[in-house]
Ligand binder design. Structure first.
Ligand code: MG
Length: 330
């Protein structure tokens, strides 16, 4: 079985092809929108996606050496994400479905991050930390759903760090592939500044921390603020992770999503895993950021268990939470 997967929930437009047999992932092609300055305007990102879509689609099929006629299902991330960009992927999926007579599979973007994490790290029964630009979620599979143990109460950790470096004049957030500006800037830090640290139960809050860090730039060196902000932000997450570990007694910690590529976070999680005597499993960089392969792969799992989507039901779901998905294929 071959499944095409389309990703367009945020700044990345990606297409991948998955098979239900080794090697499972046959192609993974993407193009990420980078704003010239400032943040992302959804309309502008959607325009980018629409422009690159034909090229990315053809390249994904060509790399996989699978013609459209041999694709059985077209999987598409229908949420959560930005309305205008989600619509580009959904429209392409519907058009392909109608033109070639293929069934659709509606994939939850967050669940796809988790599934590609299971597959790429061979995790069995992990506590999952899902960290991306828009999500900060601690979850684990219980009775057919990825139940939320903790999450951010306001903005995501990744979004907070991106916004900070942009406002501090350090943009773009990512340099040399996956290195984040916050880490480069933090290397110059010498002194720790106190910033608001908010953990409520197992939930984190990052908006107050961001405001305080931006204000601190007025009378502290940038390096000190970057260093302090990173430490406080990661420690809040780690505290919530430790609580979830204590509660669930899981022996594996799986980290997925774009922020999983952060080296500084990884070394903190390595220390935590050693302390707890558990295995740390971090999704490899190829599958950490948004990509089409994870949508194709998850779509394959879903299609195999009979979960498909009627075209009339294929509306986008910008606020579709991970814990709203019935994981019937596991
Ligand atoms: Mg993502």
């Amino acid at each position: 079985m071959f499944v095409l997967g389309i990703e367009s929930t945020a700044h990345t437009f990606g297409v991948g092809v998955a098979s239900d047999k080794e090697p499972y992932i046959l192609s993974n092609v993407k193009d990420t929108f980078v704003p010239k300055e400032g943040g992302m305007r959804p309309g502008e990102v959607a325009k980018h996606h629409a422009e690159v879509a034909p090229k990315i689609l053809l390249e994904a099929l060509k790399t996989a050496k699978v013609p459209m006629s041999e694709i059985q299902y077209v999987a598409v991330a229908i949420g959560p994400g930005l309305g205008p960009t989600l619509r580009v992927g959904a429209t392409l999926a519907r058009a392909l479905g109608l033109k070639y007579g293929k069934s659709l599979v509606g994939v939850n973007h967050g669940v796809a991050h988790i599934e590609i994490g299971y597959w790429s790290t061979n995790a069995q029964d992990p506590l999952v930390v899902y960290l991306s630009g828009g999500n900060t979620v601690i979850t684990t599979l219980v009775k057919g759903r990825f139940r939320t143990f903790g999450e951010t109460l306001d903005i995501a950790l990744g979004n907070m760090l991106d916004t900070f470096v942009r406002e501090a004049g350090l943009a773009p957030p990512y340099v040399a592939g996956s290195k984040h500006m916050i880490d480069l800037c933090a290397e110059e830090g010498k002194e720790f500044i106190s910033l608001p640290y908010v953990v409520k139960g197992q939930d984190m809050s990052y908006s107050g921390m961001l405001t305080a860090a931006l204000k601190a730039l007025q009378d502290h060196p940038k390096g000190d603020v970057c260093f302090s902000l990173r430490e406080v932000a990661f420690d809040a997450l780690l505290e919530a992770v430790e609580r979830a570990l204590a509660l669930t007694k899981k022996k594996e910690l799986l980290v997925v999503g774009g922020v999983a590529a952060s080296q500084s976070l990884r070394s903190k999680l390595e220390q935590l895993s050693t302390d707890w005597g558990i295995q740390l499993k971090v999704v490899p960089p190829t599958y950490a950021g948004d990509n089409g392969a994870m949508i194709a792969y998850t779509g394959m799992l879903m299609a195999k268990s009979g979960v498909t989507l009627d075209i009339s039901e294929s509306r986008i779901r910008p606020r579709w939470r991970v814990d709203e998905v019935d994981v019937t294929w596991r």
